[in-house]
Design a protein around this ligand. Structure first.
Ligand code: KG4
Ligand code: ZN
Length: 346
């Protein structure tokens, strides 16, 4: 297969990548938009405008770095959902333009599928495997049975895990996004000082819940008069929160692994999404996998968060399976992984 251009614009990362048909990364770039920090969260309109401002230059630079002409592309893939609709329209619209001009196939990629397929690129992992998708907007446990065949085994009943990190970061007066900042502060803290709840620990199934934990942190922070939280206490709270999250994720993963092994006879656990970058989370999941004799795979850090390498790779997998999309395919803010429209003809 000829090289594939990938575009990611579903949230606040503008990313482009060019991959050779065998998955070799020829060029990649990620621009984490800076304009949102002052608002303490992603502002959809700012994000969409920033994608529009940066994408043309970034695509041109990636193509030049890859040494690939537009006429040599075998396809172009863009995240087409789920995500913020403005950004999705910009990225998928741009990709459709490239496809139309070059007479090459377009693939409208499900962003979550792209996260899930990453270990097939990095480690050549075969189907089936169990995946925990841990990001800012999504927190779910998925049996990855084949290309386009994803069975959701459980998910969050309230906040996504990355969202909980972001909210706790805000409560502790850290920058945004909160995840990396909370992890940095937690490294200096005593995780045993404050007792925080472990929602759903030990419960059957593999659903998640984080809002009670976040509320417990909010209540703890509120006990400090006028929000005067000493750095040492903030570090201890961050560490306690992170440990609670890691323990809950490990427990939920244990349940999922037992169920998955019984149903599929396969024993690999994969973690994906921005929170997969967290070292405590990785360590807890590694131990949980070891305990039930599962292999454990986490993508390299640069491929945990939103990026376009995973989008181009999902495009390659779909093009290999003959599953290109029509240019009329509409981007969609909500796009469940287990819908009939994910299926690839056998
Ligand atoms: O997958 P991602 O880049 O974007 C979404 O699709 O949501 O995930 C972003 C989320 C944010 O909530 C961010 O705070 C969290 O991942 N995150 C982390 C870390 N790095 C990013 N959470 C905990 N520890 C980290 N090191
Ligand atoms: Zn993501």
């Amino acid at each position: 297969m000829r090289p594939v251009l990938g575009i990611e614009s579903s949230c606040d990362e503008t990313a482009v990548a060019v991959l050779a048909g065998d998955g070799t990364v020829l060029a990649e770039a990620v621009l984490s938009q800076a304009g949102h920090a002052a608002f303490g969260g992603v502002v959809p309109e700012i994000a969409a405008r920033a994608h529009l401002a940066h994408l043309p230059r970034m695509v041109g630079a990636a193509m030049a770095q890859a040494g690939v002409g537009y006429g040599e592309l075998g396809g172009v893939a863009a995240s087409s959902g789920p995500g913020l609709i403005g950004g999705l329209i910009v990225g998928s619209g741009f990709a459709k333009g490239v496809a139309l001009a070059g007479g090459i196939p377009f693939v409208g990629v499900n962003h979550l599928e792209a996260h899930l397929l990453t270990p097939r690129l990095t480690d050549g992992l075969a189907f089936p495997y169990l995946a925990l998708l841990l990001s800012g907007g999504h927190c779910q446990c998925v049996a990855v049975e084949g290309l386009g065949r994803y069975r959701r085994l459980g998910g969050t009943i309230d906040d996504a895990v990355g969202e909980a990190f972001d909210k706790v970061g805000k409560l502790l007066g850290l920058g945004w996004p909160g995840g990396p900042a909370v992890e940095g502060l937690a490294a200096r803290g005593d995780a045993g000082r404050f007792t925080l709840p472990r929602p759903l620990l030990g419960r059957e199934g593999c659903d998640f819940s984080f809002s009670g934990l976040k509320t417990a942190v909010a209540q703890l922070v509120a006990t400090y008069p006028d929000g005067a939280l000493p750095v040492r206490d903030a570090a201890d709270i961050a560490a306690g929160f992170q440990r609670a999250v890691a323990e809950v994720l490990a427990d939920r993963a244990r349940h999922a692994m037992t169920r998955f092994a019984a149903q599929h006879g396969a024993t690999v656990l994969v973690v994906a999404g921005g929170v997969a970058a967290n070292q405590s989370v990785r360590a807890a999941l590694t131990a949980a996998a070891d305990a039930v004799r599962f292999g454990f795979l986490a993508p390299p850090l640069r491929l945990c968060g939103d990026n376009a390498v995973m989008v181009a790779w999902a495009g390659i997998e779909r093009l290999r399976a003959g599953a290109a999309d029509g240019l009329e395919q509409a981007p969609r803010p909500r796009w469940p992984l287990d819908g009939a429209d994910m299926a690839v003809a056998a």
